[in-house]
Design a protein around this ligand. Sequence first.
Ligand code: CTP
Length: 416
Amino acid sequence: MIETAVYPTVVFYYIYSVMLENKKILIGITGSIAAYKIILLTRLLVKEGAVVKIIITKAATDFVSPLVLSTLSKNIVLQDLSSNSEWANHVQLGRWADVFLISPLSCNTLAKLANGICDNLLLATYLSATCPVVLAPAMDEDMWKHPSTKRNLDTVKSFGNSVIDVNNGELASGLIGEGRMAEPEQIINYLKEANFRTTEFKDKKVLITAGPTVESIDPVRFISNHSSGKMGFAIAESLFAKGAEVVLIAGPTKEKLQFAGITRIDVVSANDMYATCMEYAANSDILIMSAAVADYTPVVIEKNKIKKKESSLNIELTKTKDILSALGEQKTANQFLVGFALETNNEIDNALQKLNKKNADCIVLNSLNDANAGFGFDTNKITILDKSGERIEFGLKSKKEVAEDIVSFIKSKLND
Ligand code: CTP
């Protein structure tokens, strides 16, 4: 029995911060059928707390209504350099914005950007903008592949603008190919990643495991568990958003990452996960073992499907290597090692035993006895047990919020 009563229980509150909260985003819409996507994009940006202002070209008004856009953005949609004897202050707009997104970017406007042409408000704003400019082109495949488009794209990139890749898919012409503008969610992820990462974990290298492992019995059967990987993915994204370099080693999971900059390595078995962790461990500052690694694996993987014969079947299992313990053994003074414990009974005692035995710096405990917490749920309820004896209990929260709590805790424990 491990003594726990001497340590105070701290209830820790963390306000979940959103990357786009209060960020000022100026959208320039040009004449392309993809302009309809800006309705959803505006809605999503506003929902995430961004302040959105919109400039539209005359050609774009054929594709999307300024009334819809002004209603959703809660700001007047600007089109002309002057109206009702008032001059639209394009210089001020480009200074106001944290980022100027031109989306969709038509072939015509691209050519004008590349050549410094200034015959509308959008172009005047672009030429005077001091903020970063992000371009989301949209055009038919033949236009997209035309040498002049390639040359113009290279030119605008050389000016320091960044370009969001087009997708391959159904085009307005009815053809299928390259040139489809990125979807609103992709644009938002791009902006977050390219423009709005913070620096709390800058220069920190993070290794995270997530999801279940799958241990094959024969070509069609396996042993695994119900881990979804959601918790580890949310921690990886939170740390990446705060500037860390993140390597995520994921067991088989349906989860997708929103940031392309996270290095994701997919593995299947406990053995693969161990080997991959060992490859990256020495080069990592923060190591977070949130995967539900199988404790046992079949001694033999049958080459052929096991046929149904006897009334019972025994499969011999052997213990897998404990990744957290191995990392705990080789841990250096500058590394911070986080383990997880999923318990059904004697939760605190079991978690403290894991903390000590595996030489972790802290253990994140989830209890399967807490309603709506653990495998498969979008919510979780954790207690963090620290090697100094601190114990912090959190309430039931979304896994994204729990990730923020864990990341804030790690930050509070780093020496720098
Ligand atoms: N873990 C690991 N390698 C393993 C098994 C577990 O790295 N082969 C890690 C998990 O990623 C987690 C911690 O060890 O961070 C605790 O995992 P858990 O399954 O709760 O505990 P076990 O050590 O496997 O013990 P038990 O199953 O008996 O509770």
